[in-house]
Design a protein around this ligand. Structure first.
Ligand code: URA
Length: 204
């Protein structure tokens, strides 16, 4: 792994947090990932978008949502008139969890303990950014944001109130990419776009 600069002693800003998270050992995922992927965007963003964890590309590039799932999300955000660059984009878990298979690294969902350990960072981001609305993508983000780990089939498209503000839930774009049935996948994409349009209206 790349040598990281010394962590700041006090985390007073999001940039301090970005440096400090590279030294995080709150769970075991730091051992195999290339780097931690912290959130990015304006510190005063009105919208926060929370995914599950970095994927293969995000792990290599050090930025959230830059791989195939990011492309699905970007398209849906654009269709809904939401500016990705105006939002704080992040993940519930900051390190990539995977199992090697040949040359490929296969995504593994983080477990409850890893989500709980990493919530420290998500809460910190939420405290600094204080978004008006948070979009939680998939069950892992939903668990980290609301404390409720139930699946989101019945929860998507709805807003759940939390101590840190309203959370709108939707499908995770990686989940959409894994739907084998083309018709159902198109439907899920449309639902994601619909939920993002609701986010836009809620922010208006
Ligand atoms: N999936 C996520 O949940 N987050 C990313 O940043 C990329 C893929």
């Amino acid at each position: 792994r790349a040598a990281m600069p010394k962590p700041p002693e006090v985390i007073g800003t999001l940039e301090d947090a970005r440096a400090a998270v590279q030294h995080c050992t709150r769970c075991g995922l730091c051992r195999h990932a290339t780097q931690a992927v912290f959130g990015e965007g304006p510190a005063d963003a009105r919208l926060m978008v929370v995914g599950e964890q970095p994927g293969d590309q995000e792990d290599l590039q050090g930025r959230p949502f830059v791989g195939p799932a990011g492309k699905v999300l970007d398209e849906a955000m654009q269709a809904a008139g939401l500016d990705r660059n105006g939002a704080w984009m992040t993940n519930a878990v900051k390190h990539f969890k995977f199992t090697p298979r040949g040359k490929r690294r296969i995504h593994q969902s983080p477990d409850k303990g890893e989500v709980a350990a990493c919530k420290w960072w998500l809460d910190l981001e939420r405290n600094f950014v204080r978004p008006q609305l948070t979009l939680g993508l998939g069950a892992t983000a939903a668990l980290a944001l609301t404390g409720n780990g139930a699946g989101i089939t019945k929860r998507r498209g709805t807003v759940e109130e939390t101590a840190t503000g309203p959370v709108l839930l939707s499908w995770h774009p990686s989940y959409i990419l894994r739907i084998p049935d083309a018709g159902r996948a198109a439907e899920a994409r449309a639902e994601l776009a619909e939920d993002l349009s609701l986010a836009r209206r809620l922010l208006a």
